[in-house]
Write a protein that binds this ligand. Structure first.
Ligand code: HEM
Length: 142
């Protein structure tokens, strides 16, 4: 088979941008998955008051995952610009997810409050996935 490769600089720069964007998107979705898995496990331990939450790995890993998750999202956001309502909704949603998560893991005083906060955090997460897939603030209802 014969391939014709365009090696002009603007074309290669454009290709590089598209490939970086796809790499960030791949990282972002992978970290999004790891983030919710880790969150559900930690919330489960928190509601049941298990000591595993004090483990250094369990305490540090989610912060690393969530930082890389946010950075990969921001890298794409800077490429496409922030003037998209769905993107702003995602950022606000992420803050709400983190806030509900803090109550689910640490701040909630009773197991009931921690369970309710965990359910709210998961619902916010699902809403954000809907925003991401449909590129609409209406999420899965778009
Ligand atoms: C809990 C929070 C988040 C979740 C669950 C999430 C999830 C996702 C998913 C699943 C995709 C892939 C969508 C597709 O396949 O087309 C995606 C794409 C994307 N996300 Fe997020 N995201 C979150 C937060 C953020 C934040 C905070 C930002 C910005 C700072 C962001 C920026 C983006 C961008 C720019 C894309 C690429 C859109 C495209 O070009 O297709 N995300 N996100």
């Amino acid at each position: 088979m014969f391939f014709w490769l365009n090696t002009s600089l603007p074309y290669l720069e454009e290709l590089y941008k598209i490939m970086s964007y796809l790499a960030y998107k791949h990282l972002h979705t992978s970290f999004a998955t790891l983030s919710i898995i880790f969150f559900i496990i930690r919330a489960y331990w928190s509601v049941l008051e298990r000591g595993c939450l004090q483990n250094t790995f369990v305490r540090v890993a989610p912060h690393i995952i969530d930082t890389l998750f946010l950075l990969s999202g921001l890298a794409m956001a800077f490429t496409i610009g922030f003037n998209h309502p769905w993107l702003i909704a995602k950022i606000i949603g992420l803050i709400a997810y983190i806030y509900a998560g803090i109550y689910a893991i640490r701040r909630g005083r009773t197991p009931q409050i921690r369970l309710l906060s965990a359910v709210i955090a998961v619902l916010i997460y699902v809403y954000i996935v809907g925003i991401a897939l449909n590129k609409s603030v209406l999420s899965f209802f778009a």
